[in-house]
Design a protein around this ligand. Structure first.
Ligand SMILES: [Zn+2]
Length: 273
């Protein structure tokens, strides 16, 4: 990969999938909740793909999120959530380190890591990049929440992922570099962010992370999930994304959409510029 690209290129790093009950992601009464007409309806066990994005920018090499760790079964053990979101739909060439290596990159080649939020399926590998010297950026409300509880974990915030690391925090919508903007889209967690890239050929792309799990969450109307930290903020954030997407004619990439991930250009074979 050339050291000094002349335009922004986004490489989607598809890192395989967790599996989970679809209700975690999509709380539709007619689908997820049993009724007297169908009291024994089984839960739907679904693919919950995870991805990161390598942004090759003329001024820096940026990584958006860090997916799940190879040692998920042990690392997530204290939370009990490894049984609800097993990261068992991943092959050896799909782990984040393997995906980067396919682009010729190691953690030391990344200048900036931007975290959408600090849940364990996004922050699973952030420590490796910090250790290799990358700057870490997250939202100030996310950092306060993720470090502000006692004990080793709260929900899917697991201190083992990020404790002791130094983050630069941002507040509100913030331009990180020309063409690279983080959008404050809270609700899933107190400081969830989305990533807006303004690309020369593709136009605007918005990577929503968990602000919008999947196309069926986006609607319209927006459909909530079994775990949302604040429903009102979540809904406002979805509509904020919708407004920006309409204004910029953006391509949206959702956080955990099992159908969409198969339709994207995936690294190392394809990219967006
Ligand atoms: Zn999350």
């Amino acid at each position: 990969m050339a050291a000094k690209p002349d335009k922004i290129t986004a490489h989607v790093l598809a890192c395989g999938a967790m599996h989970c009950d679809l209700t975690w992601l999509l709380l539709q009464p007619g689908r997820a909740i049993t009724s007297r007409a169908n009291p024994a309806k089984p839960a739907e066990w679904t693919d919950c793909p995870t991805h990161a994005v390598l942004v090759d920018h003329p001024e820096a090499r940026i990584l958006w999120d860090t997916s799940c760790p190879r040692d998920w079964e042990d690392r997530w053990g204290p939370t009990g959530l490894q049984d609800f979101f097993p990261y068992d739909g991943v092959s050896d060439d799909e782990y984040l380190d393997a995906r980067l290596l396919q682009l010729g990159l190691a953690p030391g080649d990344i200048d900036i890591v931007i975290m959408s939020h600090l849940h364990f399926d996004h922050a699973g590998n952030v420590r490796a990049f910090a250790d290799a010297g990358a700057r870490l950026i997250c939202n100030d409300k996310e950092y306060a929440h993720a470090t502000g509880f006692s004990g080793p974990f709260a929900g899917a915030h697991l201190k083992a992922d990020y404790e002791g690391l130094t983050f630069e925090t941002v507040s509100g919508d913030t331009v990180i570099l020309p063409g690279v903007t983080v959008l404050e889209t809270p609700g899933h967690t107190p400081g969830t962010m989305s990533l807006q890239l303004d690309l020369a050929d593709t136009g605007t792309m918005i990577f929503t992370s968990d602000a919008v799990y999947m196309k069926d969450s986006y609607g319209p109307p927006a459909v909530g999930a079994a775990i949302v930290w604040n429903n009102q903020e979540w809904l406002s954030s979805v509509e904020k994304i919708r407004n920006i997407a309409q204004r910029t004619d953006a391509t949206l990439v959702f956080g955990h959409d099992p159908d969409q991930i198969r339709q994207l250009r995936i690294a190392p074979d394809g990219a967006y510029s």
